[in-house]
Design a protein around this ligand. Structure first.
Ligand code: DX5
Ligand code: ZN
Length: 218
């Protein structure tokens, strides 16, 4: 299935994990000017993943200086404890991991009660079956195409079976992929049915950000 022929909008989301953290607003706006649709904000707590990125005050400041919708990817052990605060700090979409220590149903309800869109994510070893009960309730599913934790890893093509399966079950749902996305892999994920593409190192490492963003659109 090629999403281009479908009515779902394709969205390109630069992941700020690969930005210059001392120049975050400048880098985020560089991506906005280059045609990005959302900004992907990776939140890591050093426990759910073996890395620490940034937190609430940074999102709050960034949101004041950048008009892009904030696509917040929570890679934290207890997402439920922080949903309201991330919403208040400016998140537009809040995505949590089904593998985290949470009640997924309550998480989704809390995210929506805050006025945000709700996303649910699966790591590479987690099957679609784990999130099936929640598919009708969420606005987006995030299929990780690397082990979460770090930018610049290699794309896992064997995750495409999950994207294809999800697209078959949910023709209208935003399906996001995250990890190892570049010009070549964007074609693969789009053909499998993904329409929301996160890219960190590929976009922030590009000399011409507009051309790089355009190169992900199929
Ligand atoms: C990894 C993060 C990604 C990461 C992607 O855990 O969730 O958003 O920044 O980086 P690239 O595009 O470089 O693989
Ligand atoms: Zn991410």
């Amino acid at each position: 299935m090629i999403i281009k022929e479908c009515y779902l909008l394709q969205k390109i989301c630069p992941s700020i994990l690969s930005a210059d953290f001392a120049e975050l607003a400048k880098d985020a706006n560089r991506m906005a000017d280059a045609g990005a649709d959302m900004l992907h904000v990776d939140i890591m707590d050093g426990q759910f993943v073996p890395n620490i990125s940034l937190g609430l005050p940074v999102l709050e400041c960034l949101n004041k200086k950048c008009d892009l919708p904030m696509d917040v990817h929570l890679m934290i052990v207890r997402p439920q404890d922080y949903i309201q605060r991330f919403a208040k700090a400016g998140a537009d979409i809040i995505t949590f991991h089904v593998e985290s220590d949470c009640n997924p149903l309550e998480c989704i309800q809390q995210i929506k009660a805050c006025g945000c869109k709700a996303g649910i994510s699966i790591k590479p070893n987690t099957p679609v079956m784990e999130i099936k009960p929640y598919l009708a309730l969420v606005d987006m599913v995030l299929v990780m195409t690397v082990e979460p934790g770090f930018g610049g890893q290699s794309f896992m093509q064997d995750m495409m079976g999950k994207v294809y399966e999800l697209r078959s079950i949910c023709p209208d749902l935003d399906i996001e992929v995250d990890g190892g996305i570049n010009h070549e892999t964007a074609k693969i994920v789009t053909e499998a049915g993904a329409n929301v593409l996160v890219a960190g190192s590929y976009l922030f490492g590009a000399e011409d950000a507009s051309a790089a963003i355009a190169s992900l659109r199929y």
